[in-house]
Design a protein around this ligand. Structure first.
Ligand SMILES: C[S@@+](CC[C@H](N)C(=O)[O-])C[C@H]1O[C@@H](n2cnc3c(N)ncnc32)[C@H](O)[C@@H]1O
Length: 176
C-alpha cells in the first residue's frame, strides 16, 4: 500500500510520511517566523500523528505533547533521530505545562493545537517570557481571536501580533 494512512480521516496533507494537521501554507509561515526570530526551542501542544513535530524538529529542539501517542513506528524513529521529545500528558493540567516550560530553552515558539484552543491559549500565555512566540491553529473555527477572554488576555499579557498569511488558518503573537 502506497499510503498506509489512506483510511484515516485527514485533510489530505502529509509530511515525512504522516498525516499533517496543517496546510502547507502554515509550514511556510512557521518557517518564516523561525527564520526571522532568534528562537532556541519549540513546544507543540497536540502531536496527533507527529508530522508537524517532525517539521518543527528539523528547525529547533522540540518538545511535543499529547494526551495519547498516535505516532507510528516510522515517526517515532524519525523523532528519536531528530531529538524531538514526545511527552504523553494532559496539557490542560497546569503542573504538566509548568514541567514542560521549565525544560524549554528561551526564547521558545509555542504552537497551540490541541482540542479546546481558546482554553489552551489562556493556559499557555502566562508561561510566556519576553521574546517567546505563541501560535494558535484553526483560527475562525476552533479559536476566536475576538472572544472577550482572549482579547483581554492578549492586551494584559503584552502580546503583539506577528504578520501571518490568512490562508494558514493560524495566528501568531510575540511577547514583548
Ligand atoms: C488537531 S490535532 C494536532 C495536529 C498536529 N499538531 C499536526 O499539525 O499534525 C489535536 C491533538 O490534540 C490532542 N489533545 C486533545 N486533548 C489534549 C490534552 N488535554 N492534552 C494534550 N493533547 C491533547 C489530541 O489527542 C490530538 O492528537
Amino acid at each position: 500500500m502506497l499510503n498506509p494512512w489512506s483510511d484515516v480521516n485527514t485533510s489530505g496533507y502529509m509530511f515525512a510520511g504522516a498525516p499533517l494537521g496543517q496546510t502547507y501554507c502554515n509550514l511556510y509561515c512557521l518557517s518564516r517566523i523561525i527564520d526571522q526570530h532568534d528562537l532556541e526551542s519549540c513546544f507543540e501542544l497536540g502531536t496527533w500523528y507527529g508530522a508537524l513535530s517532525t517539521f518543527l524538529g528539523l528547525h529547533l529542539p522540540t518538545i511535543t505533547a499529547d494526551i495519547k501517542d498516535q505516532r507510528d513506528v516510522h515517526t517515532i524513529e524519525l523523532h528519536s533521530r531528530l531529538g524531538v521529545e514526545f511527552r504523553q500528558a494532559d496539557c490542560h493540567n497546569h503542573e504538566v505545562l509548568k514541567g514542560i516550560f521549565a525544560d524549554l530553552k528561551r526564547p521558545t515558539l509555542v504552537f497551540c493545537d490541541g482540542i479546546y484552543k481558546e482554553r489552551e491559549f489562556l493556559l499557555l500565555v502566562p508561561f510566556l517570557q519576553p521574546g517567546d512566540i505563541i501560535g494558535v491553529h484553526d483560527v475562525g473555527t476552533e479559536f476566536r481571536p475576538d472572544d472577550p477572554g482572549v482579547v483581554s488576555c492578549i492586551s494584559r499579557s503584552g502580546l503583539f501580533p506577528l504578520e501571518s498569511e490568512e490562508a494558514s488558518c493560524s495566528m501568531y503573537w510575540i511577547k514583548k
